[in-house]
Design a protein around this ligand. Sequence first.
Ligand code: ATP
Ligand code: MG
Length: 156
Amino acid sequence: MSSYQYRSRNVEETAFLAQQLAGLFGPGTVITLDGDLGAGKTTFSQAVGRALGVKETVNSPTFTIIKEYRGETLPFYHMDVYRLSAEEADELGLDEYFYGSGVTLVEWGSLIEELLPESRLEIRIEHAGEQERIFRLQPHGEPYRKWCGKLKENGL
Ligand SMILES: Nc1ncnc2c1ncn2[C@@H]1O[C@H](COP(=O)(O)OP(=O)(O)OP(=O)(O)O)[C@@H](O)[C@H]1O
Ligand SMILES: [Mg+2]
């Protein structure tokens, strides 16, 4: 049992989860985000950007696919692969991001599962009310299993 569930009652609690996770990030961290329209994928990504000390506004990279930001400690690569075609994926060279020196967050990551690194943290966000969301974290690989253990230890 290594998966982990977090109930957020508002945007602030979603940002709190992002902050807690950001404390565990390192070079090559990969997180996927899935969930319906309006679930909070971009809201969560913005909170990650703030937690990493990104000065610019993080917004949805739907049409650009990838946006790169400079964080205080780590580069932050924000992807939205909803409209990504196979040829584009090839051109972009996704592995350079995944195995690079920064943190990659992939909105709609489940759509490109076969292109993702084996080791990653999968997050699914579900609506549970107007402002309530359930975050289901599924670690793939040992470092991310440890992360989920740490979140539990921290009483989240
Ligand atoms: N607990 C919560 N966590 C996150 N967002 C919340 C929460 N409660 C309300 N919201 C609101 O829900 C909306 C989430 O929108 P957001 O753009 O982050 O979703 P998304 O998953 O990226 O959707 P899309 O697939 O359309 O891009 C925002 O308007 C946000 O303010
Ligand atoms: Mg979005």
